[in-house]
Structure formats: C-alpha cells, structure tokens
Design a protein around this ligand. Sequence first.
Ligand code: ACO
Length: 327
Amino acid sequence: MRSHCVKVLGTGSGIPEGRLTNNDLEKMVETSDEWITARTGIKERRIVKPHESAATLSLQAAWTALERASVSPSELDVIIVATVTPEMPFPATACILQDQLGATKAACFDLEAGCTGFVYALSVAEKYLRGGGGEKALIIGVETLSRIVDWQDRSTCVLFGDGAGAAVLGIADEPGVLATYLGADGRGGPLLELPAGGSRIPPTSETIERRLHYIKMSGNEVFRFAVKIMEEASREVLRRARVPIEDVDLFVPHQANIRIIDSAAKRLGIPRDRIFLNVQKYGNTSSASIPIALNEAWEENRIFAGDLVLLVGFGAGLTWGSALIRW
Ligand code: ACO
C-alpha cells in the first residue's frame, strides 16, 4: 500500500555575496548601527548584484537541495516557488526554474503569502503528494526585496534582505511532516503592502514619482500582530500533532526581528538555546527566511535525524502558518 508520509529529503540555499552592513546604511539614511541592532537584532543583510534575480538564487538553492536529497530534476512532480518578488508577473518563476533544471515532469506554480510563503508551500506540497499528486516536490522561498525596498525610507530599508532557501520533499515510509496550520486575515492587508504595479494602480510615471512601487509598512501594528500570532500558530500546530511543546528540539521562526522572536518565545516558554537565529546576518528575507534558517540549522548540526522541528511564520496578507516536522 502507498505510504502516506511526506519527509524533507534535503535542503539548500542561495545566498547572494553582496553584503550591506548597518554602517553602510548609516551613509544612506539617518540611522545608526546602535538603533538597528537594538530595535531589530540585524547587523547586516545580503543584496543581489544586477545580474542576479529570483531565478538565479532559486536555482542555486534548488541544486543543493536536490543533490542532498539524491533526487534528480526529472523525478520532480511539482515545483512551488513562494515569493513576493518573482522574476516577473508572469510566467511563474517556478516555470522558469523548471526549464533551467530540466524538470520536465513537474507541475509548476508560484505562491504568494508574504513572509509565510514557504510554510504555505510546504503545507500545499505535502498535501499534494499525500493526495496522490506524485512522489517528489521541490519547494522554494526566494526574495530580492532590495528591488522593492525604498532606500530613502529608514523605517523599512534597514529591515530587509535577499536570498533563497529550498527543500525537496518525498513520499516516505516513516513520518516527516506531522502537522501544518495556515491562516490569514485580509483585513490587515493595508498594514504591509506594495500599493502599485497591479491591476488596482497600474504603473505610470506618476506612481513611480509617488514611490508607490516600494514596500509600505505600519511597523508597530505588524509587530503586535506578529508576537500574538507566532504564539497562537505554534500552539495550534502542536495541538494538531498532539505533541507537547517541551518535546520540540528546535524552533525555526521567521527571522524578521529578534524582539518579535524573543517576545513570542517568552510567551511560549521556549529557551533561547532551542531557537535558531540568523536574523543578524540576513535581516528579513520574507519567504526565504525560514528555509534559509532551516538549511543553516541543518548545516550547523543543530538538527539531527529524529528531531522535532517547529517552523512558524507570519507576513503580508496578513498571513501566518506553522509546521511540525520529524526530521
Ligand atoms: N533609524 C533610526 N531611527 C528610526 C529608524 C531607523 N532606521 N526607523 C524609525 N526610526 C525612528 C522613528 O522615526 C521613531 O522616531 P520618533 O519617536 O521620533 O517618531 C522611532 O525611531 C521609533 O519608531 P518605531 O516605529 O516606534 O520603532 P519600533 O520600536 O516599533 O521599531 C520596527 C520599528 C523595527 C520596524 C518594528 O516596529 C518592527 O520590527 N515591526 C515589525 C516589522 C516586521 O516584522 N515586518 C515584516 C513583516 S513580514 C513580511 O511579510 C515582510
């Protein structure tokens, strides 16, 4: 009989080499290393070069994940790319990636769920495989946020960075993804948006002049929402999997702000040594944040076979999601 378990078979990342430190930002806007470090925990972020894009970062992450999973592109049944900064509005970045990988059998689509994109992709891919869609999936979270950040707005430009993370999932005989939980509240959409460039406000010289093609965010409101929802989403996925919080070996939260992570961890009673943190190195890379962190945790021997790993994220939409994985 066909197995109904889906496991993570391998992970990878695509990290641009270009670094932008807090000291560099001091020369661009009225800010300071002290302010950014104290308010966010971020010390530097990676920024793409002109020849890099969502597809180049995705490709790098994908090849590493495929190699580690010992899966060839021709075996992939589905590719999902989670992003708010796709290669272009269409075709989907997933289709561009499919062509570059030679993954001719795979169905492909992009998924947009703000910073929760990767957790959404994980949940959708797991259900697609379990529902009979095939044996192997490639899921990617990728962002080139430096292309949509307003470099004149100090309240947002210090927060974001670029990168990609990938995971290969496969049908397995033993449990992997134990439970997922996704949610959204569209009423909070205006708190974090990129107003122009879509069908409501198509691009014109006026929209460019009014800087409407850049990220707009109400930081305080997003902060309060994030702390509350990180706790709720963590508790809900644990409830669904019937696992007590003490059994979780590693928490891999969305890396937006160290203060958000610390506040949520305090509410949940999770000690720092069970939380993976890399926000200091990359800033908030939106959809790429959780898969980059997951991959780095594995590379740094923070995750071992059999460990319980909890992913939890929140983002534009507003959206949120969590996943509990037996590694
Ligand atoms: N440097 C120096 N001063 C600054 C900067 C800066 N870069 N940015 C803002 N300030 C100033 C403000 O102007 C304000 O000054 P004022 O008191 O004279 O008006 C003061 O610092 C305090 O500003 P606040 O916005 O109240 O600062 P806060 O402590 O809330 O921190 C921050 C701001 C870091 C943005 C915080 O609100 C936050 O992290 N929010 C969540 C953001 C987030 O996670 N977004 C991602 C969501 S996921 C996604 O989908 C992209």
